[in-house]
Design a protein around this ligand. Structure first.
Ligand SMILES: *[C@@H]1O[C@H](CO)[C@@H](O)[C@H](O)[C@H]1NC(C)=O
Ligand SMILES: *[C@@H]1O[C@H](CO)[C@@H](O)[C@H](O)[C@H]1NC(C)=O
Ligand SMILES: *[C@@H]1O[C@H](CO)[C@@H](O)[C@H](O)[C@H]1NC(C)=O
Ligand SMILES: *[C@@H]1O[C@H](CO)[C@@H](O)[C@H](O)[C@H]1NC(C)=O
Length: 388
């Protein structure tokens, strides 16, 4: 016999109880508190310790003003399932002392207090009380809405833990970048709570591409969910535009316009004073392909980079180089001077290009931002290189 100490103590207690007149000789044993996950099949344990004659087990839900019977079992008979709730419940009693039940697929409305009542002879009724609480895991979602770039903090992302019980805890990781967060709880009539946490950061274009993580947890439930995402929703007008001139010996000339912007940039090409004839060049996306054999390239070509936030344009002046004739290649050598004119909504920059052969230029600039200046210098030096 390897009875544990506990069992010995229980037996001893039982003997003591039996020996003392006037104390109840029936003990209903239940799990006082049951915490179940929504949708799980949950067992409500109930048993009795007695030497008396058991006649019946009854289950009730504690309600006001009257409790509600939903299941009774009398020895030697089939269990009786009362009311719709009782019909869902399975009786696990084995015909002996066991009175446990199983509630399949628990819902929030199953939450409450349950009574397991034993009727014995001669004591009468004795009950055990079980408090059933339901926990609900949140469904988690990260929402990224477009944000216009700017100097002031804005909501970059929202992490939502929908309809959980108890309320979820949301925290953020931005991997070293500064942020603040703000939580907005919403209580639902069914007892669940939605938590919406906003991630506030300064929306600079450079934020795009950075990783961030939202962590949603319910401490008691051991529930933890990480949502990793890449910030892609900072919108800004096209910037850092430049034109690249390709003059490989064997290939026909083509020029490429490159700009940075979000949403993605679309490009259009035109000549100084109108559209570009098909027999001169064809535009595909950001590239302008000049027709082979056509030597009448001379002119100022303007690339306009546009997205829904703004636009910027950039020009290249192509002209026939009148120096020593190179070997082969269509009898003409094309040199380019790159200039830039920028229009970003309400900002205009006028550039005049004079005397193409000497690569002299005079630019009058108005209202330029340092960034634009920097780009211009960059591309100008490219242009000069191309002319040597
Ligand atoms: C559990 O209950 C929910 C809502 O009452 C129901 O939508 C779902 O189909 C049930 N699941 C099972 C396995 O019975
Ligand atoms: C929420 O989670 C954070 C990070 O895991 C933890 O430091 C904090 O104590 C939690 N707060 C609550 C109320 O659970
Ligand atoms: C609780 O209510 C919310 C809001 O009406 C709903 O979205 C959610 O599905 C409900 N949860 C359960 C478990 O019924
Ligand atoms: C258009 O451009 C071409 C070449 O750049 C030039 O010769 C012509 O005079 C321009 N026409 C007008 C109307 O500006």
């Amino acid at each position: 016999m390897s009875l544990s100490l506990c069992t010995w103590i229980l037996l001893l207690l039982l003997l003591l109880l039996l020996a003392v007149p006037g104390t109840p000789q029936v003990t209903v044993i239940v799990d006082g508190k049951v915490h179940a996950k929504l949708g799980s099949d949950i067992k409500l344990f109930c048993n009795v310790k007695t030497l008396e004659l058991i006649s019946q087990v009854t289950w009730q839900r504690k309600l006001s003003p009257n409790n509600e019977n939903f299941l009774t079992y009398s020895k030697g008979e089939e269990p009786l399932h009362l009311i719709p709730f009782g019909e869902r419940v399975r009786f696990l009693g084995n015909g002996d002392l066991g009175g446990s039940i199983l509630i399949p697929n628990v819902t929030l409305t199953d939450e409450g207090t349950y009574l397991c009542i034993y009727t014995t002879f001669p004591s009468g009724t004795n009950e055990g009380e079980i408090k059933l609480s339901i926990w609900v895991e949140p469904s988690v979602e990260v929402q990224l809405n477009p944000v216009l770039s700017g100097p002031n903090p804005a909501v970059i992302a929202e992490c939502v833990a929908f309809a959980s019980k108890p309320a979820a805890n949301i925290s953020w990781n931005t991997y070293g970048l500064l942020y603040t967060s703000k939580e907005i709880p919403t209580q639902h009539p069914n007892g669940t709570v939605t938590i919406r946490s906003q991630l506030w950061m300064v929306p600079s274009p450079g934020l795009n591409g950075h990783q961030a993580t939202c962590l949603v947890s319910q401490l008691d439930q051991n529930f933890e969910k990480y949502v990793n995402f890449i910030i892609t929703n900072i919108h800004y007008a096209p910037q850092s535009v430049h034109i690249k001139v390709h003059r490989e010996e064997r290939d026909p000339l083509y020029i490429e316009c490159l700009a940075d912007g979000n949403p993605p940039v679309t490009y259009t090409w035109r000549r100084e004073n109108g559209s570009i004839p098909d027999d001169v060049a064809q535009a595909t996306g950001n590239t302008l392909h000049f027709s082979r054999g056509n030597t009448d390239y001379n002119g100022l070509y303007v690339c306009e980079a546009t997205n829904s936030i703004g636009r910027i344009s950039h020009s290249v002046y192509l002209y026939k180089y009148s120096g020593a004739a190179p070997r082969g290649n269509e009898g003409a050598y094309i040199a380019a001077i790159v200039v830039q004119s920028v229009i970003i909504i309400g900002m205009a920059v006028y550039c005049y290009l004079m005397k193409s052969n000497q690569m002299e230029r005079i630019c009058k600039r108005k209202g330029k931002t340092p960034r634009v200046n920097q780009n211009q210098d960059e591309t100008e030096s490219v242009g000069l290189q191309q002319c040597t």
